[in-house]
Design a binder for this molecule. Sequence first.
Ligand SMILES: CSC[C@H]1O[C@@H](n2cnc3c(O)ncnc32)[C@H](O)[C@@H]1O
Ligand SMILES: [Zn+2]
Length: 446
Amino acid sequence: MTADTITAADIRINARWLIPIEPYGVVLEHQAVIIQGTKIAAVIPVAQADREFRTRKTINLPHHVVMPGLINMHGHAAMSLFRGMADDLPLMTWLNDHIWPAEGRFVSEQFIADGTQLAMAEMLRTGTTTFSDMYFFPEIVAQMAHDTGMRAQVCFPLLDFPTVWGSGPDEYLSKGEALIDEWRGDDYIMPAIGPHAPYTVSDGPLSKAIALSEKTGARIQIHLHETAFEVAEATENEGKRPIERLAELGALSDRTQCVHMTQLTDSDIALVAGTGAHIVHCPESNLKLASGLCPTHKLMESGVNLTIGTDGAASNNDLDLFGETRTAAMVAKVVANDAAALSAHQALNMATLNGAKALGREHELGSLLAGKLADIIAIDLSDPFIQPVYDPASHLVYSNHGRAVSHSWINGVPQVQDGKLTRIDVPDLMLRVAGWAEKIRKQQAD
Ligand SMILES: CSC[C@H]1O[C@@H](n2cnc3c(O)ncnc32)[C@H](O)[C@@H]1O
Ligand SMILES: [Zn+2]
């Protein structure tokens, strides 16, 4: 090998372990990830990297696992400002008596900016590089994520009734279409359509949402079959299950992401599988609101693409996607009555490549392959809580809880270095969060 065969690149990450996600189930040792610009140029053994690349910067991670950044497929970022405000309640009491009144009282453009930044800080610190959001003022969420350098699917809300963001479906849809136009083709921001749930969106607006998705290619994300009450009420009033209604309207396709799905018959599962719709499993929110649990083993057997999300911090109550993979793997075993259900590698796939598939970006995101975008995280396994190491994949899912994430890059840009955020001023953010907490506490007491 002569000097002129050496290639220049920007960053080299030397990893003790590497879980590329593709090929499935593989754990490699002593690998180098080479980043050039926004992309992964190579994933090769360290000795080969020594011979073939000269990089501007080398980061040695001798006790770390390196893997693709996590994709949190469902949440309401700014609800982080409501964390711990209304606990131990079932979904409809939580929403009707606590959350919706609080949203009416407090949600403003500044609330969204500060709450979204709080959520991004937590997600970045715990390994998420792409998140999906469904909340008010999506134009602010999109701008905040873009300015921070996080990837985000930003679903504009669609409901039958007025909210802080608009007077009703027509206004939501016209503002939403403008959002889709504004961000079309952006690398970071994926605008999408967020009909809230079958019980809050009637057929007319849903049909318009489907037409908008067909016209623009925007994804549709909807809370679906979250509780037994939702399904029973719809069946009694409409004579069909919500998923049947959505299928009849043409809402289910490979651009659709169904969130929760805790109440599923075998024919519901066959229906989803036949349309190519994706499922977002949010086990911690489902457990906390006592909604039920998604039958992940049956869905996987049917070939449905299963992704994972935290939901908002007001029902979880954190946005740690590693913690969510742990919960998903744990509860799957009980639901299936099978300790082999949802292995660590399957859980890691749900949190990475499967999310990329649901976003239609599996050719760019979700695994560490040369040519993909450089969304990469490192997890430090040297702490006592995660020692000794026999199988790093096991530790990431069963022992970790996100607190050991030490580094992350999005589009090749460092976002977390030695556990510290590079692009969010945390002390300043904490002052604004404290201001909101004081205001919310005071008005709640009045
Ligand atoms: C239309 S913006 C999103 C809307 O959804 C509410 N919300 C948060 N979590 C859930 C959930 O688990 N099921 C249903 N609705 C939920 C949130 O408070 C916003 O009002
Ligand atoms: Zn939700």
